[in-house]
Design a protein around this ligand. Structure first.
Ligand code: SAM
Length: 172
């Protein structure tokens, strides 16, 4: 059970990036995303994709990050915060992989210092600055060791038929 917690979202600036964080989580095997801000636009875009492309992904906005983390831990989950200041992914992924319940925190601009202490693991996807989308994608891929690339999305209205050239889809 892997869920994303997106913090620091600014509705005027981050709508597109946060939507992509959510869609990346969905495509790569997470169960849903908590958004620590109010943004129905993001919630709606992700719901639209899930309705058309299948699966059970959720997106919940107006989440308070402190209580979200507290409740997650109370349910026995662990908390991974993605930050370039953390321990490098290949050095910790082996320890994280066996955990059954993982909350993955990604930030936007500056992340509150408290998050570093609340996280069980501060994980860097290289020690270079890049993005919440790329760091999440690589973290999930290493966590699931590539198996997520073959996930199925039951209940879809549409499915892509992989093709060498051109676009082939199937309406279901
Ligand atoms: N400079 C900000 C800070 O110090 O908190 C981070 C800004 S970055 C654009 C937004 C988010 O991308 C971060 O909060 C982190 O989750 C993620 N991120 C960026 N580079 C990363 C890296 N090398 N490893 C892990 N996460 C990264």
């Amino acid at each position: 059970d892997v869920v994303i917690l997106r913090i620091g979202h600014r509705p005027e600036r981050d709508q597109r990036v946060t939507t992509h964080v959510g869609l990346t989580g969905r495509a790569l095997g997470a169960r849903g995303m908590y958004l620590a801000a109010s943004d129905k636009g993001v919630v709606q875009s992700i719901a639209d994709v899930t309705e058309r492309w299948g699966g059970e992904y959720f997106c919940e906005d107006n989440v308070k990050w402190r209580s979200c983390i507290r409740e997650w831990k109370a349910e026995g989950g662990i908390v991974v915060h993605l930050t370039m200041y953390g321990l490098n992914l290949p050095d910790v992924i082996g320890e994280i992989r066996p955990k059954r319940k993982i909350l993955v925190i990604v930030g936007a601009e500056k992340v509150p210092g408290e998050i570093y202490g609340l996280a069980d693991y501060n994980v860097a996807v290289t020690g270079q600055p890049h993005s919440e989308i790329s760091s999440l994608a690589l973290f999930l891929d290493h966590l699931f060791a590539g198996t997520e690339l073959r996930n199925e999305f039951p209940g879809a209205q549409i499915r892509i038929i992989p093709s060498k050239a051109g676009k082939q889809t199937e309406e279901l």
